[in-house]
Design a protein. Structure first.
Length: 292
């Protein structure tokens, strides 16, 4: 792993030297912009409209447009001093429960390993957080950007999750067409809850796959091999008006597949009759639930 940042976690007067690594990687398949006429990749040029020429990175600075066409300029070191980049510190302000933070606040995850001389302090913080069940809320500056962060434990590693500031979260009230009040049919609600119960399972991330990326990789291999890419069009789903019928159909679709209770000809016996009775009883129960 490539070290992105070096600094220290501080809580109280304790400093824990750490190194930061990205915990995730973007596996999107990168595509270049190509000129159709000659199949040549396109380049994007940093061009100054006033000077009418390409501008090198060394000639570029940052500026804020405080009025149309008027800018105040900042050098890189000025911005670093403003946001505390020089301090290289992840300062824990409070310890809270993870369940208190809504997932909408989370941005990006980083692994933190102990610095060259910080193993003891690292282990101390990790064990204390494990035993108290708390996570830290901290301030940190990374690449000229100040962020809030949550410090928590995953397995044997201290992890930092950058999180949005409260004023960066848009109020729900800004979402158009939200219902004023929620009125639902009681029978439909019971069916929906039954469907949720049928679909409920422990979270197993390994079973979820990026189907689009797999299809794109396959299409790339086909094109490289000179084959024509053929994909069957997906049938468009129709809008279901009858909610009860849709819920009933969904419940039938997710029912666990049972063994065929039909006995061999002439060998039904008591066991076969009992199996049919259980099946009939199950159907009656669903009918009673959704019927009038």
């Amino acid at each position: 792993m490539h070290t992105l940042w070096k600094g220290a976690i501080s809580f109280g007067l304790v400093h824990v030297p750490v190194k930061m690594f990205s915990a995730t990687e973007d596996k999107d398949i990168s595509m270049r912009m190509i000129h159709k006429e000659c199949s040549t990749p396109l380049n994007f040029v940093r061009k100054c409209q006033h000077c009418d020429r390409e501008v090198e990175w060394a000639e570029i600075t940052k500026g804020y447009e405080y009025a149309p066409g008027s800018f105040v300029l900042f050098e890189k070191d000025e911005l670093e001093q403003l946001n505390g980049e020089v301090n290289k510190e992840i300062k824990i302000l409070d310890f809270v429960n993870l369940s208190d933070i809504d997932p909408i606040y989370f941005q990006k995850t980083y692994y933190l390993s102990p610095g060259d001389t910080g193993a003891n302090a690292y282990n101390l913080l990790m064990e204390a957080m494990k035993q108290t069940g708390k996570i830290g809320i901290a301030k940190v500056s990374i690449r000229s950007k100040s962020s809030l962060a949550a410090i928590r434990i995953i397995d044997r590693c201290i992890v930092m999750e950058t999180i949005f500031y409260p004023d960066e979260i848009r109020p729900v009230e800004q979402v158009p067409n939200l219902p004023e009040q929620s009125h639902v049919n009681d029978k439909e609600l019971d069916m929906a809850k039954m469907l949720i119960a049928q679909l409920s399972t422990p979270f197993e991330p390994q079973k979820y796959k990026d189907d689009y990326r797999a299809a794109l990789e396959n299409a790339i291999q086909q094109k490289v091999a000179g084959e024509e890419v053929r994909v069957a069009p997906e049938q468009q789903k129709t809008n279901v008006i009858d909610l009860m019928a849709a819920l009933q159909a969904s419940l039938e679709a997710v029912k666990p597949v049972a063994a065929d209770p039909t006995p061999a000809p002439g060998a039904e016996g008591e066991q076969g009759k009992a199996a049919k009775g259980v099946k009939a009883k199950g159907k009656t129960k669903v009918k009673d639930t959704i019927g009038s």
